[in-house]
Design a protein around this ligand. Structure first.
Ligand code: IPE
Ligand code: IPE
Ligand code: MG
Length: 251
């Protein structure tokens, strides 16, 4: 592990990593256990990835924990996921404080059960002045819903003469997203072999490097994260320019 860290330290790490934590259900099924057993075991991976990001100096980590579409899952599974959220927040507050990690959320938080809302706002408040890693949980999050809200809110400002149509630009749209305080995503990891975005950060991923691994989420540990970061460090991010332009950037 130390060797991987030394290797990572040689190059810049992604400033903002986003993760689609997928494959809990299949992991449990392979073990002949109910789906929620997978969710419970996924919590260890969450902890490992947070810790790993903090150790190598990633500044922003955004985790897709529950999508707007996930409300359509069986009632028992949704209930268990919400209970798991509450118990993990309670348990992990101390660790967040100790490691100076700030918790924020994106998504339609009002749709969550009251208990989860109360626990979340408590942890968000208590960690708001922490300043190493910003950990963002996407909960009841859907990128299309987010964009619809942006359009509604900007339209209201136009109607109320607070904004001219001509003034609307990318920065204004950015400032109306749930993620207004976060930088663009540099690196997006999805576990479990699925190669899709599933309504996650459609705008914010515009120039992110994508990484797909067959590893199921409960098996994704610190070592897997470090290997993913090493893969990121081999990529050339051109942002539309040519390779030669990028190579000569410091000249
Ligand atoms: C990801 O694992 C967790 C959530 C979506 C909450 P899944 O529950 O989607 O696991 P699979 O994809 O069914 O294996
Ligand atoms: C995406 O996983 C949402 C989260 C990881 C929270 P899903 O398992 O819900 O994605 P799809 O529906 O298979 O694309
Ligand atoms: Mg899934």
């Amino acid at each position: 592990m130390e060797e991987l860290k030394t290797q990572i330290a040689k190059n810049p790490v992604p400033n903002h990593i986003a993760v689609i934590m997928d494959g809990n259900g299949r992991w449990a099924k392979l073990k002949g256990r109910p789906r929620v057993f997978g969710h419970k075991n996924g919590v260890t991976s969450v902890k490992q990835v947070i810790e790993g990001c903090a150790e190598v100096g990633v500044n922003y980590l955004t985790l897709y924990a529950f999508s707007t579409e996930n409300w359509n899952r069986p009632k028992f599974e949704v209930k268990t996921l919400m209970a798991l959220l509450v118990s993990s927040l309670k348990k992990e507050l101390k660790t967040l404080q100790k490691n100076n990690i700030k918790l924020t959320t994106i998504g339609n938080i009002q749709n969550l059960p009251k208990k989860a809302q109360i626990e979340l706002s408590d942890v968000v408040k208590k960690t708001e002045n922490n300043n190493t890693l910003t950990l963002t949980l996407a909960l009841s999050y859907g990128s299309r819903e987010e964009i619809v809200n942006v359009i509604k809110n900007i339209s209201k400002k136009v109607v109320n003469n607070q904004l001219n149509v001509e003034e609307i630009n990318e920065k204004i749209i950015n400032n109306h997203l749930y993620t207004f305080s976060l930088p663009d995503v540099d690196f997006m990891i999805r576990t479990s072999g699925e190669k899709r975005i599933s309504n996650f950060l459609l705008w914010q991923l515009a120039y992110a490097e994508l990484y797909f691994t067959d590893t199921l989420w409960p098996d994704f540990k610190k070592k897997n994260l470090f290997n993913a970061i090493l893969d990121y460090q081999t990529r050339e991010r051109r942002f539309g320019k040519t390779s030669e332009q990028i190579e000569n950037i410091n000249e």
